[in-house]
Each structure stands twice: as C-alpha cells, then as structure tokens.
Design a protein around this ligand. Structure first.
Ligand code: XMP
Length: 511
C-alpha cells in the first residue's frame, strides 16, 4: 500500500482523539504524537500533512508546549487548530494577545470561501470557539480568512507554504460541517488519496504477519471481547494452527458467552483452542471478598496465573498476541490514566511466559475500525458489535459477596435485559446496558406469598468515550417488559430498579 500519513502533534487539547477520528473517517491514516516528538522522527514518518492540536496553555506560559520549529521547514502543509494556530502565528513572527475574558460557545464566523480550506462553505458558518488568547497580528505572508464579532482573526492562511490556522474547533460537531474543513485540508491541500480502507488493512496485515512469524509459534489470550477476537483471527489467517488461543473461563462471563466463543474458534477458524475451566478457582479466591478494588486485583492476578500455567504446558512460544488498540496506545503514551478504578484488561502482560516478542496487529486502529476488520475476516455480527464488557466480568456487577447462586441470578436477569433491548432495536443506540445484582433484599408479594428477595438494578448509558456518560432514556414500556420478565423468569428477584445517574457523578459500572 502506498504510504500516506497525517501526523497530529498533540499540544494537550481535550479533542485530540476526535481530530484523529475525523482524519480517519476520510480514509486517511494518521497518528497522534506528543509535541516533544523529534524532528528526525517526523522526517522518518514522512507525513503528507501535519495538524497541530489545541491545548489549554497560553503561548506565553513558561511551560507552554512547543514543538521543534524546524517543522515549518519541511515543505509539508500544516493546519493549526486553536492553540495550534497561536503557536504557528507566534513562532512565525506574528503576535498573540490575551483577551479580557474567555470566548466559549457556538459563534457565527464569516469565512472567505475562496480559501481552499473553506471550499464548499457559504460565507458564514457556525463554529465552536473556546479560547482566551487570540492572534492579533498575522505573521508575514499570511492572510486573514475568517472573523467573528469577537475574534478579528478567526482563521489564517499562507497559500504559498500551505500553512493554515483556525481559532475554532472544526473537529467537534458543534462546528457545522467542521469535518469538511478537515477533508479540505487532508484531501485537497495535502493531496491524500484516501487509501486507508479496512480491506487493504486486513490483507496487508495478514501478509505482514505471515512474513514476520513464518513457521514460528504464537500464543493469544482470548477474552471473547472484540479486540482479542479480531487479533486472534488475523493471526489465524496468517499462521493457521501455529497459533494457540487460550480462553480462560473464570465463570464471570455472561450467559452463553463461553459456548459462543468456543464454537466460533473451534468450528470456523483453524487454530489450537484451549479452554481452561477455572470457574471453581476464581469463585474460591473471591469468596467473602466485598471490596471492589480487591475483587479487581484478585481477578487480574488470578487470570495471569492461569494463563501462565497453561502457557507453560505449551512451552516456548515466539510471539505473544495482544489486542491492544489505538486509544490504549494514546492513553498510555501520553500518561493519562484513571485512578478511579484499577481497570484490568484480560491479556495484561504475564511475567513468566517464555516468549520473544509481542505482536499487536490492531495498535493503529480505533474501535469502530477494529469492528470493520472483524466483519471483513468473517466474525459474526453479534461478536463484532458487542458492547464493551469489563475484564473482571460479572464480579463487579454483583455487589458484595459472590456466590454461584448470585452469579446465576445475574446471568439470567442480564440475559433478559439484553434480549428485550435487542428486540426493541435499541441495541444500536445504547453504548452499554447490563443488569447489576445489588445486595439489597426487600419484601415483596407473589401470589399470596410474602417474598424476601434480591433487587436487580438495570443500567443503560449513552456515551462516545466512556469517560462521561448519560443514562439512557429507555421507553417505559420496554422497562416494563424487562421488569415483568425478570421477576417471572428469574428466581429470587422481586424488585427491579432503573439507574438514572449519569457519569459523573456515578461511574458506568457499579464497582
Ligand atoms: P466506569 O465504570 O469506570 O467504566 O465508568 C468505564 C468503561 O470501562 C469499562 N470497565 C472496564 N473494562 N476492565 C475493562 O476492560 C476493567 O477493569 C473495567 N472496569 C470498567 C466499563 O464496562 C465501561 O465500559
């Protein structure tokens, strides 16, 4: 495949991943790199264009993020967004000033639609502004190509050098048709041909894996989630039964999940599939444990132990396969991490497994791209479109002590909820939906009998990034059906509640 890349230089803005998404949506490959990236590294990547992101700093702050100024000498088109525009203006000899107050919100901006950047626009557009500093004097060779009532220079260009800056944020939906500005930049100005398509990626990746691994052996920890399943299938297409997949059944998966994963990987793909029944082992370890953090730690560690034991039986392998995807790379690369919960991803690195190298075939892809590859390689829709499921599984959805009986109650209740959501065609709209078994029991009446049974909570959220989320406004009749079915079909449940908190202040999972 012909090489074609846009490099996104990160100055710390909150929408950086969105910029990358927008570029990828135009079928152009891009990477986000920190502003400290060396000029040699940039040259090595040989990008067709560069985008500077926004960021919270003022260019005059002592710790203001900057990148190597030689980036302006590469002869490559550059688009600076918000802080990125100010950095460009300041570095090239313009002047940046601080306004008395911050400008935030959707503003009407007058655009010079003769500029290549604004091709196809009317002469005004609604754009999202979010800044205090602004460009006051343009650098030499630049022209003002946009303005609003409050911002005199809302965009600038130097057509000779193909340098552009916008004070607003084209990457967010609040800027109407903002993605068209990104398209004008990457396609018309940088000359990208939109080569980044998932079928190319799939064929190319399988070929590369074949070349790299040859007749050596690889090992994959399969969780049944989308990422590890897609990674395993790519490997299986490349090296067939030189791949061994280890699937640890810790008993904390959803109803029918173990059977579904086993069926796919034993019937559809030519791999060595090892299912480890570790249900008793995990339940024993979790006995009496009620602290959410402790549960997470125990499950994470135990998972690695089981995986190591199985791997040892196989002996030395050359490659360990991981389903790392691009958001994982960006987050760890830039040192952002959550301290709210210790997230555990099945497939974390075991220490005592004898392997030479890690293979991460999905490390350049976003989740929806991984799903496209999954479809491409023949994974069934229900697996590819799965909602996220946490590594510690149902353990963090049973409040308090875990007992086999409680697990069975939760699995059945959760299954009914998912079934009704899917029958109501709400599954595409909801980002995540599941049942939680609380440790509250309450009095009810069934027939003429008093009952004293568990309360199940239903949770459904809508979110893009899972960092914040809104509770979903599921129609009452759907909730009614779910509630009736659960109390009728699942023993020991006599009360259902719906969680109407958003994140923050709640988190999505209850533990
Ligand atoms: P919270 O509960 O933190 O969840 O709002 C945000 C998203 O992360 C998922 N989650 C996890 N995923 N290992 C995972 O792989 C974990 O330990 C874990 N804990 C939470 C959660 O399901 C939601 O999608």
């Amino acid at each position: 495949m012909e090489k074609e890349e846009i490099l996104i230089i990160d100055f710390g803005g909150q929408y950086n991943q969105l910029i990358a998404r927008r570029v990828r949506e135009k079928n152009v490959f891009c990477e986000v790199v920190p502003h400290t990236v060396s000029i040699e590294k940039i040259k090595e990547k040989d990008p067709k264009g560069i985008i500077f992101t926004g960021g919270p700093s003022s260019i005059y702050a002592s710790d203001a993020p900057k990148c190597d100024e030689r980036v302006f000498e590469l002869g490559v088109p550059i688009l600076g967004i918000c802080y990125g525009m100010q950095f460009m203006a300041y570095t090239l000899g313009g002047d940046v000033k601080r306004a008395d107050k911050r400008e935030y919100g959707q503003m009407e901006v007058k655009l010079n639609n003769k500029s290549k950047l604004f091709k196809g626009f009317e002469d005004t557009n609604i754009c999202l502004m979010s800044h205090t500093d602004y460009v006051d004097i343009l650098p030499e060779g630049f022209k003002n190509i946009a303005s609003s009532n409050t911002c005199k220079i809302a965009a600038m260009e130097n057509v000779e050098k193909d340098f552009y800056g916008v004070q607003f944020h084209p990457e967010v939906n609040h800027t109407i048709d903002g993605d068209k500005i990104i398209e004008n930049f990457v396609i018309d100005i940088c000359g990208c041909k939109a080569l980044w398509k998932m079928d190319y990626f799939t064929i190319n990746t399988i070929e590369k894996l074949k070349e790299k691994i040859k007749d050596k052996k690889a090992l994959c920890a399969l969780s049944g989630g989308v990422d590890s399943s897609v990674a395993a299938v790519l490997l299986s297409k490349a090296i067939g039964n030189n791949l061994t997949c280890i699937f640890v059944d810790h008993g904390l998966l959803r109803k029918n999940e173990v059977e579904e994963v086993e069926k796919i990987f034993t019937e559809k793909f030519d791999v060595n599939f090892v299912k480890v029944d570790a249900r008793e082992r995990f339940l024993k370890k979790l006995k009496g444990v009620t602290s959410p953090e402790k549960k997470r730690k125990i499950i994470g560690e135990e998972f690695i132990r089981v995986f190591e034991e199985e791997a040892k039986k196989i002996g030395k392998v050359d490659y360990l396969v991981q389903g790392t995807i691009y958001p994982d790379v960006i987050e760890s690369g830039l040192g952002k991490s959550s301290v709210i919960k210790s997230h555990h991803n099945v497939g974390g690195l075991p220490e005592h497994v004898d392997f030479k190298e890690i293979v991460e075939p999905l490390r350049d892809l976003f989740k929806d791209e991984v799903r496209k590859v999954g479809k491409e390689v023949g994974l069934p829709d229900y697996l590819v479109n799965r909602q996220p499921f946490p590594g510690p599984g149902l353990a963090i959805r049973i409040i308090g002590d875990k007992k086999k009986k409680k697990l069975d109650i939760l699995k059945d209740a959760d299954y009914i909820f998912r079934d009704e959501i899917s029958k109501s065609n709400l599954d595409k709209e909801l980002s995540q939906y599941f049942a939680v078994l609380t440790d509250t029991r309450s009095v009810g009446v069934m027939g003429d009998e008093r009952t004293y049974d568990y309360m199940v909570a239903l949770r459904a959220v809508i979110t893009d990034d899972f960092m914040t989320a809104k509770f979903a406004q599921i129609p009452y009749d759907v909730l009614d059906r779910v509630s009736k079915r659960i109390v009728n079909e699942v023993e020991h449940v006599n009360r259902i509640v719906y969680d109407i908190t958003s994140k923050p202040p709640a988190t999505i999972e209850w533990e």
